[in-house]
Design a binder for this molecule. Structure first.
Ligand code: UD1
Length: 365
C-alpha cells in the first residue's frame, strides 16, 4: 500500500518549504501518494499563484479558498474545510510547515481525527506569546508525531518541553533547498534594471508583522526612520497587503513614497531572491528572510525584539534591533562603516533537507 501523504500550505512562507518535499515525494511513486491542499489563507495572485509557477509546484489537488478573517474565523474556517477533505480522502500522514494559522489549524484537525502529523520547521521559539506564530508553533509541535528541526535551538526547545528524542529529527532548513535550487534562475530576473538599481547599492526592506504595522505610532516611527535611511542609500520596499492597507488608511502611502524610497507591489519568489541577494543589506521583520540572508551572507537588520531563529544571530548575518529607530540606525551605521558581520552558513542548510525528510518518511509505517 502506498503511503498517502497530504501536504498543507496556506500562506506565502509555506510555498517554498513545501515545494522541495512535494517534488522529492513524487520521485517515489511506488512508495508515496502525495497530495497538496492549499487553504487559501493567502489568495492574492502575487502572494500565492505566482509562487507555485516559479517554484515549479503542481497546482494543489484541493483549494479550500478560506481567505482572510480574524484569527479565530480564519482558523475555524480552515478546520471545517479540512475536516471535510480528510474525511473524503483520509491521509496516512499530514505534513504541515512553519507557523502560520493554516499550520496550526491543520494539526488540530489531523490530531482529532487520529491522523499522524509531521511538522517541518519544528521547535522554533521566540518565547513571545504576543506573536500569533508562537502560539501556532507551540500547539503544532505539541500535536506532532514527527518533528523536523532546522537548527540546534529547536532540539533544545523541544526537549525542554518534554518531547521524546525519538520524535525529533534534525534535518536542516528546507527553505534553503528552494533557495539553492533557484539561485541560477533568479539571475534572469530583470528586477534590478526595472527599478534602476545598482547591485550592492540599495537596501531591500520588508515589514508586515502586526506588532510593527498595526500600531500607528510604531509604524509612523519606522517609516520616518526609513526615509532618513533612504536619504543615504536607496530603499526598495515590496509591501505586504496588510502594510499597504494600513499605510493607505493612515494617509501615509503618498507622503512617504519618493524616488529614494520605492514602495512596490509584493514580488514573486525569483524577483525577491534577486533583490535581496544583490542588496547592500536587508531591513526586515520577517522570519524566513532572517534565514535567507544568513544563507546568502547578506547583512540583515531585524526590526523585532526577539527571534525564534537564534542561529541567524549567533552564526549568521542577523542583527536584532527591535523597531527602535536609534538601534536600527546604529546597526545601519555599522554596516555603512563596513563593519557588518557576514557570518557563516548553519549546519545542514545545504539544499538536501527534503531528501533527508523523505528518507525518514520511508521508514514510518
Ligand atoms: C501570515 C502569517 C505570518 C507570515 C505572513 C507572510 C499567520 C498568523 N501569519 O501573516 O506568519 O509571516 O503570512 O506573508 O498565519 N491579505 C491580502 N491578500 C492576501 C493575504 C492577506 O490582502 O493574499 C491581507 C488581508 O487584509 C488580511 C491581511 O493581509 O486580513 C493579513 O493576512 P493573514 O493571512 O491573516 O496574515 P499575514 O499578515 O499575511
Amino acid at each position: 500500500m502506498k503511503k498517502h501523504i497530504t501536504l498543507i500550505v496556506g500562506a506565502r512562507p509555506n510555498f517554498m518549504k513545501a515545494a522541495p518535499l512535494l517534488r522529492a515525494l513524487k520521485t517515489l511513486p511506488d512508495i508515496f501518494r502525495p497530495t497538496l491542499i492549499h487553504t487559501g489563507q493567502h489568495y492574492d495572485p502575487k502572494m500565492s499563484e505566482l509562487f507555485f509557477n516559479e517554484l515549479g509546484m503542481d497546482k494543489p489537488n484541493i483549494f479550500l479558498g478560506v481567505g482572510s478573517g480574524s484569527h479565530a474565523e480564519q482558523t475555524a474556517k480552515i478546520m471545517i474545510e479540512l475536516e471535510k477533505s480528510f474525511s473524503q480522502d483520509r491521509p496516512d500522514l499530514v505534513v504541515v510547515f512553519g507557523d502560520v494559522n493554516s499550520t496550526m489549524a491543520a494539526a488540530l484537525v489531523a490530531a482529532k481525527m487520529s491522523i499522524r502529523i509531521a511538522h517541518v520547521e519544528a521547535g522554533l521559539r521566540s518565547f513571545d506569546k504576543a506573536m500569533p506564530e508562537e502560539i501556532n508553533r507551540i500547539v503544532t509541535d505539541r500535536l506532532s508525531d514527527y518533528l523536523f528541526v532546522t537548527e540546534e535551538s529547536g532540539i533544545r526547545n523541544l526537549k525542554a518541553e518534554g518531547v521524546p528524542s525519538e520524535k525529533i529529527f534534525f534535518t536542516g532548513n528546507i527553505m534553503i533547498d528552494s533557495l539553492t535550487a533557484s539561485l541560477e534562475a533568479c539571475k534572469r530576473s530583470t528586477i534590478l534594471d526595472d527599478l534602476s538599481l545598482i547591485p550592492g547599492k540599495y537596501v531591500c526592506m520588508t515589514l508586515h508583522r502586526p506588532s510593527n504595522v498595526d500600531n500607528e505610532k510604531i509604524l509612523r516611527e519606522i517609516m520616518t526612520m526609513i526615509i532618513s535611511i533612504a536619504d543615504r542609500v536607496p530603499v526598495v520596499f515590496p509591501a505586504h497587503p496588510r502594510t499597504k492597507k494600513k499605510m493607505t488608511q493612515l494617509g501615509m502611502l503618498d507622503s512617504v513614497s519618493d524616488g529614494r524610497l520605492k514602495i512596490i507591489e509584493p514580488l514573486g519568489y525569483l524577483d525577491f531572491l534577486a533583490l535581496q541577494s544583490s542588496s547592500f543589506f536587508v531591513l526586515t521583520d520577517s522570519g524566513g528572510i532572517q534565514e535567507e540572508t544568513t544563507y546568502l551572507r547578506i547583512p540583515c537588520i531585524t526590526m523585532r525584539e526577539n527571534t525564534e531563529r537564534p542561529v541567524t544571530v549567533d552564526v549568521g548575518s542577523n542583527i536584532l534591533t527591535g523597531p527602535h529607530p536609534a538601534k536600527v540606525l546604529e546597526a545601519v551605521q555599522l554596516i555603512l562603516d563596513g563593519k557588518a558581520k557576514r557570518g557563516r552558513i548553519p549546519d545542514l542548510w545545504d539544499g538536501k533537507t527534503a531528501e533527508r525528510i523523505v528518507t525518514i518518511l520511508r521508514t514510518i509505517a
